[in-house]
Design a protein around this ligand. Structure first.
Ligand code: GLA
Length: 382
């Protein structure tokens, strides 16, 4: 990445930032979603208990706001065609009110197709009615998942299909975050914002394995010019705390998502977290990088060796967040030269995982990085 590209990137992002409209998702959305842990077993009680936990375990205080119900809440439609929750959910308005009473917001899930990915009722030919129903219940966020829409639409119709639901949501008059989920088909980052998407999935599903997480994470490089306040690339929800990775690997996962200005949607069982998981998910210094108001997605700037990468994200006040990433299975020393970070002269370096000032450095910074993990710093010119 040379300087000219960095400047082009900055200008591109600034222009996009001007397009932010509805006032929602001015920074990447933060919250929790039921899918990665509960999948189809989720119940209203699980959602209530998760909201209780988020409100009291430090997550709300760290910025997590949306409590999102994923697939498998849907029942059948009544005689007027209105969607009903299934028996696991019962009174949806009561659940929404409960989550709101905790000072949190709540999200729901549907598909533009006749069926959701798990085979429940979708919004096909009921878009207006469903949008009205979600608003009537009081929902604040909709994840709209392509799934069986492929059976009733051509892929080229995707933008129109998503715009249709966006317009229906807009007509409710309720601010509702619109989350596009179509796995990155048709380079959604090029048109997601124009159909009203506040975030768009850029990949197929994540899973709780280092290899899958890292393939997804590293694939995001190059999409940075499409992210801006109001419109974010979404490399899928977090797996932190679900048990399939080490804490070092989860720190890499969380740091990578933060440097990419990705939505931070936790996907673990927040009712019972280890202290290490809690510390990762509620690291306010790393979250501040993700949520920085400049709204720029970070990028890969150097690969100083095999399996070794340096990512950088410009922050307000000309500061830089930098992730030194070691993808190898051995502890490795990594050096970040100032020229690669576009920094000149002495700069202060703060370790965002150790929460310590490391000192002032004049032309580079080096650290020993554990296997499959990161050192993440904030660099501020002195
Ligand atoms: C798709 C989505 C997942 C989840 C499931 C639910 O696979 O990508 O995030 O919503 O559907 O069925």
């Amino acid at each position: 990445m040379n300087k000219i590209m960095l400047i082009a990137f900055t200008i591109g992002s600034t222009l996009c930032a001007g397009a932010a409209d509805s006032g929602v998702a001015n920074t990447p959305p933060m919250g929790w979603n039921s899918w990665n842990h509960f999948a189809c077993k989720v119940t209203a009680d699980d959602v209530r208990a998760s909201a209780d936990a988020i409100a009291s375990n430090g997550m709300k205080d760290a910025g997590y706001v949306y409590v999102n119900i994923d697939d498998c809440w849907e029942g059948s439609r009544d005689e007027q065609g209105r969607i009903q929750p299934n028996q696991k959910f019962g009174d949806m308005k009561a659940l929404v009110d409960y989550v709101h009473s905790k000072g949190l917001k709540i999200g729901i899930y549907s598909s533009p197709g006749p069926k959701t990915c798990a085979g429940y009722e979708g919004s096909y030919r009921h878009e207006e009615q469903d949008a009205q129903q979600y608003a009537e219940w009081g929902f604040d966020y909709l994840k709209y998942d392509w799934c069986s829409a492929e059976k009733v639409y051509q892929q080229s119709q995707m933008p129109d299909v998503y715009k249709k639901m966006h317009d229906a949501l807009a007509r409710t008059g309720r601010p509702i975050v619109f989350s596009l989920c179509q796995y990155g088909y048709d380079r959604v980052w090029r048109w997601g914002a124009s159909v009203g998407g506040n975030l768009w999935r850029t990949t197929e599903d994540i899973s709780d394995h280092y290899d899958r997480m890292s393939v997804i994470g590293f694939d995001q490089d190059g999409l940075e010019s499409f992210a801006a306040p109001g419109h974010w690339n979404d490399p899928d929800m977090l797996e932190v705390g679900n048990g399939g990775m080490t804490d070092d690997e989860y720190r890499a996962h969380f740091s990578l998502w933060a440097i990419m200005a990705a939505p931070l949607i936790a996907g673990n069982d927040v009712r019972t977290m280890s202290p290490a998981t809690r510390d990762i998910l509620t690291n306010k210094e790393v979250i501040a990088v993700d949520q920085d108001s400049l709204g720029m997605q970070g990028m890969l700037v150097e690969e100083p060796g095999p399996d070794v990468q340096i990512w950088v994200k410009p922050l307000t006040d000309s500061a830089r967040a930098v992730v030194l990433l070691n993808r190898s299975a051995l502890q490795t020393a990594i050096t970040a030269p100032w020229w690669a970070l576009h920094i000149r002269g002495p700069a202060r370096v703060r370790d965002l995982w150790a929460h310590t000032e490391l000192g002032t450095f004049t032309d580079h910074f080096s650290a020993t990085v554990p296997a499959h993990s990161v050192v993440m710093v904030r660099i501020t010119r002195s």
